[in-house]
Ligand binder design. Structure first.
Ligand code: NAP
Ligand code: HSE
Length: 436
C-alpha cells in the first residue's frame, strides 16, 4: 500500500469574518476537498492580532499566533491565505510569502488595487500563484470567468453592482422612501455597513474592485485614484421617486468599457431602465454584467459578501493553487494574466443620456433659461417634469429633465452656467443614464 500523500499545509493571515468562514468550510468539506486536491488541506498556523478574541468553534486555538514569522519563516507552509485586509502589513507579508515560493490566496481588493501589479510581477518571477477570486463580488466567480472563460473573447464593456452596502442603502431608500442618513444608521445597527462607512458609501471600495476587474477584462494597469469615483451620499429620496416616474432605478455602478486606444473606467450612481437586468439586483446582492465581442451579454449575480459566500471563493482558490503546486505547474494561471499601462478616457468624452434635477425658484423664464443654456452646449431635452404646486407659496420647485445623448463636457459647461443663476436654490443633481 502506498503512503498517504503529504498534506498541503496552509496558513491564514487573519481569522475574522472571512477567515472564520474559510476555516469552517475547510473543516466541513475536508474529505471532499482532499479528493479534489489529491491531498488533504491542513491549516497549520493562523495569524491574528488578539489571541484572546472569540473565534469560530472549528478554529484550533493552538494554531493562533501574533508573530508573522511563525508563518512566513516556516518552510513547511505551502500556501498563505491573506484575509486580514488593508494595504500594510498585508503587502509585506505577501511579498515575503511569494519570495519564499509559497502560493498565495487573497480576498483583499484594497491591496490588489494599490499593489496588485507589483504582487503579480513578483509571483510570476518566483513561479508561484497569486489567486484573488474573493476580492470582487464575494462568492460570485467573476475573476475565474474573466480569467478563464473570456480567454477566447474580448470584453467590450462591464457594469458591476459590486458594493453590497451601497446597493442595500439605495434599495431601501427606493422601496421605503427613506433618506440616506436614516438607512445608513439602520444598516450599521444591523451590521450590514461598517462603523466607518467611507470606503463603501463614497465609492472607493467599488473603485478598488473595478481596478481588479480592469486588469482581467482589459489587461489594464490603472492606479485606483485615477478612476473617477463618486459615492451615493448625493442621491436623495426624491431622485428615486423621479427616476421611477421616468421608468428608471438608481444603482451604484462600477463601469468599464474597451475603447481600443483607451479604456473607460468610472464609478458612480446611475439610472438604469426598470427593464435592465441590473434593476432587480436588490439589497446586499451583487451582480456583474459583462459583454463579450463574440459572446454578447452575460450576467453573474449572487452574494457579494459575508463569511460563507466569500469563503467559497477563497477555498476554491486554495484548491486551485494547491492542485497546480502538486501537479508541478505552480504559477501557470498567474502567468496568464497580462497587464500593461493603458490610457484612461476622460469623463469629458463620455456620451450618454442624463438625468438632471434643478431646485429653483418658481419664476417666469427659469425653464427657458435652463433649456437655453443646455441648448447652447448641444444638450437636447428628451423629457421634463416640474413638481406641481397648488398654491403660490414661494417655495422652490424641482425641475427634472432627461436629456438625449450628449457629450459630458458640454453638459457640465451648461450646468456650471445654470448653477450661477440667482434663482438656483441648491446645487443641481446630475446622474448618468446607462444602457445596460
Ligand atoms: P475582519 O473581520 O476585520 O478580520 C480581519 C482579521 O485579520 C482579524 O482576524 C484580525 O485579527 C486580523 N488582522 C488584521 N490586521 C492584522 C495584523 N496587522 N496582524 C495580524 N492580524 C491582523 O475582516 P474581514 O471582513 O474578514 O475581511 C478580510 C478581507 O477580506 C479584507 O481584505 C476584505 O476587504 C475582504 N473581503 C471581505 C468580505 C466580507 O464579506 N467581510 C468579502 C469579500 C472580501 P483579530 O481578529 O485578532 O482582530
Ligand atoms: N464592504 C463590502 C460591500 C464587502 O459592502 O460590498 C465586500 O467586499
Amino acid at each position: 500500500m502506498s503512503a498517504p500523500p503529504r498534506p498541503v499545509n496552509l496558513a491564514l493571515l487573519g481569522c475574522g469574518t472571512v477567515g472564520g468562514g474559510v476555516i469552517r468550510l475547510l473543516h466541513e468539506n475536508s474529505a471532499y476537498l482532499a479528493t479534489r486536491v489529491g491531498a488533504p488541506l491542513a491549516v497549520r498556523r493562523v495569524l491574528v492580532r488578539d489571541l484572546d478574541k472569540d473565534r469560530v468553534p472549528e478554529c484550533d486555538r493552538s494554531l493562533l499566533t501574533t508573530n508573522p514569522d511563525d508563518v512566513l519563516n516556516d518552510p513547511e507552509i505551502d500556501l498563505v491565505v491573506e484575509v486580514m485586509g488593508g494595504e500594510q502589513p498585508a503587502f509585506d507579508y505577501l511579498r515575503r510569502a511569494i519570495d519564499a515560493k509559497k502560493g498565495v490566496v487573497t480576498a483583499n481588493k484594497m491591496l490588489l488595487a494599490t499593489r496588485g501589479p507589483e504582487l503579480l510581477g513578483l509571483a510570476v518571477d518566483r513561479g508561484v500563484d497569486l489567486a484573488f477570486e474573493a476580492s470582487v463580488g464575494g462568492g460570485i466567480p467573476i475573476v475565474r470567468t474573466l480569467r478563464e472563460a473570456f480567454t477566447s473573447d474580448w470584453v467590450e464593456r462591464l457594469y458591476g453592482i459590486v458594493n453590497g452596502t451601497c446597493n442595500y442603502i439605495l434599495s431601501r431608500m427606493r422601496e421605503e422612501g427613506l433618506p440616506f442618513d436614516e438607512v445608513l444608521r439602520d444598516a450599521q445597527a444591523k451590521g450590514y455597513a461598517e462603523a466607518d462607512p467611507t470606503l463603501d458609501v463614497d465609492g472607493h471600495d467599488a473603485a478598488h474592485k473595478l481596478v481588479v476587474l480592469a486588469m482581467l477584462a482589459f489587461g489594464a494597469r490603472v492606479a485606483h485614484d485615477r478612476v473617477p469615483t463618486e459615492g451615493i451620499r448625493g442621491v436623495d429620496a426624491i431622485d428615486h421617486r423621479f427616476a421611477e416616474r421616468f421608468g428608471f432605478v438608481v444603482k451604484h455602478l462600477a463601469i468599464g468599457r474597451e475603447l481600443g486606444d483607451r479604456v473607460e473606467l468610472r464609478v458612480h450612481p446611475a439610472l438604469v431602465s426598470q427593464k435592465s437586468v441590473l434593476a432587480n439586483v436588490s439589497g446586499v446582492l451583487n451582480a456583474i454584467f459583462v459583454e463579450g465581442r463574440a459572446l454578447g451579454p452575460c450576467l453573474l449575480s449572487g452574494r457579494g459578501a459575508g463569511d460563507m459566500p466569500t469563503a467559497v471563493s477563497v477555498v476554491a482558490d486554495i484548491v486551485d493553487v494547491a492542485r497546480s503546486k502538486l501537479a508541478g505547474s505552480a504559477g501557470r494561471s498567474t502567468r496568464g494574466i497580462s497587464i500593461a499601462d493603458r490610457p484612461l478616457a476622460s469623463l469629458d468624452d463620455i456620451e450618454t443620456r442624463y438625468y438632471l434635477r434643478f431646485t429653483v425658484k418658481d419664476e417666469p423664464g427659469v425653464l427657458a433659461h435652463i433649456a437655453g443654456a443646455l441648448g447652447q452646449h448641444q444638450v437636447s431635452i428628451e423629457q421634463m417634469v416640474q413638481d406641481g404646486r397648488a398654491t403660490d407659496d414661494g417655495l422652490p420647485v424641482s425641475v427634472v429633465m432627461i436629456t438625449h445623448r450628449a457629450r459630458e463636457a458640454g453638459l457640465r459647461r451648461a450646468m456650471a452656467e445654470i448653477e450661477r443663476e440667482s434663482w438656483v436654490v441648491a446645487p443641481p443633481r446630475l446622474l448618468r443614464i446607462e444602457e445596460v
